[in-house]
Write a protein that binds this ligand. Structure first.
Ligand SMILES: NC(=O)c1ccc[n+]([C@@H]2O[C@H](COP(=O)([O-])OP(=O)(O)OC[C@H]3O[C@@H](n4cnc5c(N)ncnc54)[C@H](O)[C@@H]3O)[C@@H](O)[C@H]2O)c1
Length: 268
């Protein structure tokens, strides 16, 4: 591997580590040589992940259960991680949630509850604000750092309602609500704001916007979605790895404030 793409000796905090994309990134970041602080709300999945991951002799990882919407807990944990790891090279804000009830998350706009809206904003956007504030303050003192945030194609373009007709996931009829789009557009805006705001401290900030990842959606959805993708298929979690390693590594040293769309051309 070209040395520029290596993550050897880089200390990376990854949130949402126990999710579909997070699990894949955890192993691939370890393979690329990084030390990892893996954060998630879901302690059961985190513990399972811990038993599956392999590090090399020269690198290590720790798992931390945390609710990223709780400022006091976030600040305490970032202190602990900072003491354990010494420096923090990369923060990858990746966690997101559908709130307390997937059924409420999917409700039509006219019936959408303010509490669901707020839950989605808290988990998807305020968590990134809190983590960026806590870790960015440390990076400012280091005079270097690198923040990556997972956004979405739906922070850039609005969902096509046709794709969602007769579409099911885990037995539920699916749609993509305004709360999700607005939270992800907010992630992209926060990325650009912080890229400019912290540039003089040598802190880069970029986002990755994945397209829909296949994770068991029904055939009707997969076919309709794929027909809108120039590359003709849904994404896999593996498709996100290259962009995440590139942005985490020195190979992207002159890139900041960008939103890299990993979507097979969906947004063209
Ligand atoms: N899967 C897709 O199709 C897709 C497409 C575009 C963008 N994305 C984005 O990619 C990222 C990862 O997606 P995924 O598919 O792996 O999702 P996922 O639901 O599998 O994983 C998200 C993880 O975040 C954790 N989390 C949620 N709220 C939290 C909180 N308050 N504190 C700590 N952890 C919390 C969850 O426990 C979960 O493990 C998300 O930001 C998502 O919006 C996903």
């Amino acid at each position: 591997m070209n040395k520029q793409f290596s993550l050897k000796n880089k200390n990376i905090i990854l949130t949402g580590a126990a999710g579909i994309i997070g699990q894949k990134l955890s192993q691939e970041f370890l393979n690329a040589g990084a030390n990892l602080a893996l954060l998630d709300l879901d302690s059961v999945s985190l513990t399972k992940l811990k038993s599956k991951l392999h590090s090399n002799e020269s690198n290590y990882f720790e798992i931390y259960e945390v609710d990223l919407t709780n400022e006091i807990k976030v600040n305490k944990l970032v202190d602990i991680i900072s003491q354990r790891f010494g420096t923090i090279d990369v923060l990858h804000n990746n966690a997101a949630s559908k709130g307390r009830s997937t059924k409420d998350f999917l409700k039509p706009f006219e019936e959408y509850k303010l509490s669901t809206w707020n839950d989605v904003m808290d988990a998807n956007l305020s968590s990134m604000f809190l983590m960026s504030k806590a870790v960015g303050s440390i990076m400012k003192k280091q005079n270097y750092g690198n923040i990556i945030q997972t956004a979405s194609i739906y922070g850039v373009v609005t969902p096509d309602k046709e794709i969602y007709k007769n579409s099911y996931y885990n037995g539920l009829e699916i749609s993509s609500p305004a709360s999700y789009s607005v939270s992800k557009a907010g992630v992209i805006a926060l990325t650009k704001y912080l890229a400019s705001y912290w540039a003089k401290y040598n802190i880069r900030v970029n986002s990755i916007s994945p397209g829909g990842i296949f994770s068991g959606q029904n055939d009707s959805f997969v076919q309709k979605y794929s027909s809108k993708v120039p590359l003709g298929r849904m994404a896999t979690e593996n498709d996100i790895v290259g962009a995440a390693i590139f942005l985490s590594s020195d190979a992207s040293s002159y890139i900041t404030g960008q939103n890299i769309l990993v979507d097979g051309g969906f947004t063209l």
